[in-house]
Design a protein around this ligand. Sequence first.
Ligand SMILES: CC1=C(CCC(=O)O)c2cc3nc(cc4[nH]c(cc5[nH]c(cc1n2)c(C)c5CCC(=O)O)c(CCC(=O)O)c4C)C(CCC(=O)O)=C3C
Ligand SMILES: [Fe+2]
Length: 342
Amino acid sequence: MVYDAFVLLSFGGPEKPDDVMPFLRNVVRGRGVPDERLAEVYEHYMHFGGVSPINQQCRDLLAALDAEFAAHDVRLPTYWGNRNWLPMLADTVARMRDDGVENALGFATSAYGGYSSCKQYWEDIAAARKHVGPGAPRIAKLRQFHDHPGFVEPHAHAVSEALATLDPGRRATTRLVFTAHSIPVSMANTAGPDGGRYTSQLEETARLVHAMAAMDVGYDLVWQSRSGPPQIPWLEPDINDHLEALAEKGVTDVVVSPIGFVSDHLEVLWDLDNEAKDTAARLGLGYARAATPGVHPKFVAMVRELVQERTDDHQRAALGTLPTWDVCPADCCPSPARRGAP
Ligand SMILES: CC1=C(CCC(=O)O)c2cc3nc(cc4[nH]c(cc5[nH]c(cc1n2)c(C)c5CCC(=O)O)c(CCC(=O)O)c4C)C(CCC(=O)O)=C3C
Ligand SMILES: [Fe+2]
């Protein structure tokens, strides 16, 4: 297959106060998220002047990728389209068609399997192509990368750096806490062809980052940013409850590493740097939050290598043992409607 373009696929975020409500309505359409939860999340965005950092982080990643592609003779023009806010993927796909693109490779800013993190990006592509109609380019999504060294190493490096800011005299009572976005239990159970893939990949990533960065401290994997109606079960424990439990057990310091994410977007800045940090302060815990990959050179190189896996038989780098594949089975990671639950 000959590819003629690259497209960055992301979540999208508001860039001014007037964007916030329409953005949130796009995110939760048909998902049964209560108005009270939406009002709370609206306030989180307003703490940052209605500007999510995620779009700028995508622009920075694209600029880094343009340089990386040029340096390695990967001759693909780059595009960017979002699921929930401008630039919307459908508009990007129309521009790609106008530019004569026929076969693109798409990179989604999420490492894991599951409906929100993987399948929904496939659906975004299909919906955008349908919107554009005849002549819309084909877009093949690049594979999940939870155990790629270009993802694991930047997280591990960040954990080491965060650990170095804490008191070394309290290392024996320091704990490493990995976090990822909570999802409905029904979504977790149906993630991947055999179920449980989101959680099992996160467990593998946690094990790999821990082994590379912080063998001398114990670790846990917990969840953050729960949404949805309260009566629907989501993955637990929440990071804040977990910090309470750790403090009770005599832990004095925590490093929090958001391995569920690729950049320091609002779920990181609000839910960790404000909420979890406040919880830690209330409990008297030392607290250090590890950075996400962002535009770490190894992460940028990883995206280029994922492209070259498809264009040049580049070796499929993997530190773990869970399998990855280029094309997801059609029936994995069912949408909420097909799961019969939000
Ligand atoms: C697995 C996962 C990822 C990681 C994978 C990936 O990155 O794709 C992720 C990322 C993100 N989630 C984000 C923001 C939001 N997520 C929401 C709601 C939800 N997230 C869910 C899951 C995930 N979300 C789910 C199951 C819901 C319930 C509604 C539904 O079933 O879809 C809501 C609604 C309000 C609320 O929080 O209740 C908001 C505002 C932002 C942007 C941050 C910024 O603006 O900087 C990012 C990167
Ligand atoms: Fe989310």
